[in-house]
Design a protein around this ligand. Sequence first.
Ligand code: ZN
Length: 90
Amino acid sequence: MTTENINRIELKDIVRISFECKACGSSVALKPETWRTGGLKSCPACDARWMFDGKPMQRTVETLLSSFRAALEISDDLPFTLRFEVPVAK
Ligand SMILES: [Zn+2]
């Protein structure tokens, strides 16, 4: 028999979204509901550029975070509960 331990995480369970700088290893964490387009243009510790105006990678991240915030705002009105499943760390 195989067993699998899974954590189910609802949108409102995610209290912070963290950004870890690949250049220096520092991280900053934001509440999802506070995300605004155009934020976090660079690492607050080493000033490495994180976002480049108009570049596809910036639009992708901003779309993801804006969509997350929008889904969080309507989550109580949805006819289903949206959950992410992640394996329990061993
Ligand atoms: Zn950095």
